[in-house]
Design a protein around this ligand. Structure first.
Ligand code: PHE
Length: 478
């Protein structure tokens, strides 16, 4: 349940629908499912097995694989920590919008309202001030994360028993409402009409793999950490299938929720869906388009507005704390400080780091950091994970471990996927994406912005993982 909670999050409601629509609509389901079955599920099995086998946090698990690989474990827990910095900012926006739904405060000009709310400066180069409502939301969400985590895993179990089923029910409710609105069908057909020519674009494939990694919370040390708490007899492959399919199903459903309402919006404004333009992309969808549509609802607009943001918050919270849990367990074990202290330190550092994304330029930095960390960071870690576990270790040991407890028997094909197919695909994707990004800098930004928002976070996290490993070695010598 906690792993499903981690996987199902803003990525499903906020990221999948627009990635899907931008990448060929219904045709995107082909690369998506290919990515899910050739990389997502096999890697999910790998991570769950490693965690279950090592029964420890990722740094220790990698150390068990081989002493010199401990850094890889640190790398996998540091990346989600960075993702949490901005992920929690988006949750802070949801928190404010949940309150604003009470009187539909965004009114008819949701776009201006969103910009004012953020204090948007329009460019990453002009930092601007910290937005007070975002700051308040940040305090609330970081505090929740701290309170859920500081006592150990016991609380996670209790929280996810509510925050996994409830928002799913709310999402179904919103979908039913959406589908019964005029124009909904046009919205859905826009979302799903296949544009097969997009399949020849390598970026679409990269997006599919990145989306699968991001959405399944893979290559983040999360599944390794959570699996280390599983019972000895838990069925690994079954768990992997359940988590992955629940996640994919929720994404697909969320597309209906969102695009039915997009169709309604176009219908009620008397324009075609493409004319909604950029408002369908990224955060705009959730914070401009959706609220506009909500305020046009014939009845119970306040109710549906609240339900939408409450659902988002609940979907998000278990993903948010799952990003923090692995690093706190790692720090707790390594530096021999209590779990409460480790959680406190991490949350405070995270809170201050989040402030950058709460400024007037935050939206732009968030987009840049997300583009690089989610597209490159995750895929790179996935690649390294496969190389270390597949080539530097006897992979069949891990397969045997999974087979011991699992109903679905993993054959040698799984080894081939981890050793050859996945690394090959990931390598090609990374290479092409890198060339693309060098030839056409992301959104045409100047090089220093790309270096600061893309290269610096990815590189510093990578280097920091060696520092963490070295600290330990020094301690051991002392
Ligand atoms: N899987 C989460 C989502 O879809 C996001 C996430 C990414 C969680 C990375 C943990 C680690 O929203």
């Amino acid at each position: 349940m906690a792993a499903i909670g981690s996987a199902v999050g803003l990525g499903n409601v906020w990221r999948f629908p627009y990635v899907c629509y931008e990448s060929g609509g219904g045709a995107f389901l082909i690369p998506y499912f290919v990515a899910l079955f050739t990389a997502g599920i096999p890697l999910m099995i790998l991570e769950l097995s490693v965690g279950h086998w090592a029964r420890s946090s990722p740094p220790e698990a990698f150390k068990k694989i081989g002493k010199k690989w401990e850094w890889a474990g640190w790398w996998t827990v540091l990346v989600p920590f960075i993702i949490a910095w901005y992920y929690i900012v988006v949750m802070a926006w949801c928190f404010s919008y949940m309150i604003y739904s009470l009187d539909l405060r965004w009114g008819v000009h949701a776009e201006n309202f969103f910009k004012n709310f953020l204090g948007d400066t329009g460019s990453p180069a002009i930092i601007g001030d910290i937005s007070v409502p975002v700051l308040l939301g940040l305090i609330v969400v970081w505090l929740c994360v701290f309170l859920i985590l500081y006592k150990g895993v016991g609380r996670i179990g209790k929280v996810v028993a509510i925050t996994v089923p409830l928002p799913t029910i709310l999402l179904i409710l919103l979908t039913i409402r959406g589908l019964t609105l005029p124009g909904a069908i046009e919205g859905i057909s826009y979302y799903l009409t296949p544009n097969f020519s997009r399949l020849f674009d390598i970026n679409v494939w990269l997006s599919a793999y990145a989306q699968v990694f991001f959405s399944l919370s893979l290559a983040q040390g999360i599944m390794i950490t959570y699996a280390s708490f599983l019972k000895k007899k838990s069925d690994i492959t079954n768990n992997a299938f359940i988590i992955s399919l629940a996640d994919a199903g929720t994404s697909f459903l969320a597309g209906f929720t969102v695009f039915s309402v997009v169709g309604y919006l176009a219908f009620s404004q008397g324009i075609s869906i493409p004319d909604l333009g950029l408002r369908i992309a990224g955060p705009n969808l959730t914070f401009i388009t959706y609220p506009t549509a909500i305020s046009l609802l014939p009845f119970a607009a306040v109710f549906f507005g609240m339900v939408f943001y409450i659902a988002l918050l609940m979907f998000g919270i278990d993903s948010a704390f799952s990003m923090i849990e692995p690093i706190t367990v790692g720090v707790n074990k390594k530096f021999k400080i209590s779990k409460a202290k480790a959680t406190g330190v991490i949350c405070i550092v995270g809170f201050f780091a989040s402030l950058l994304f709460a400024t007037g330029s935050g939206l732009h930095w968030l987009d840049i950091v997300d583009h690089f960390v989610a597209n490159f960071g995750l895929v790179m870690i996935g690649l390294v994970e496969c190389l270390i576990l597949g080539w530097m270790f006897k992979l069949s040991k891990i397969r045997d471990h999974a087979n011991k407890t699992s109903e679905v028997y993993l054959g040698r094909w799984w080894d081939y996927l981890i050793k050859f197919v996945i690394p090959f695909v990931l390598f090609i994707l990374l290479f092409v994406a890198m060339v693309n990004n060098i030839v056409n800098p992301y959104l045409g930004y100047p090089w220093w912005i790309i270096v600061l928002g893309g290269v610096a976070p990815c590189l510093s996290v990578f280097l920091l993982s060696f520092v963490f490993m070295k600290i330990k070695q020094r301690n051991e010598v002392i």
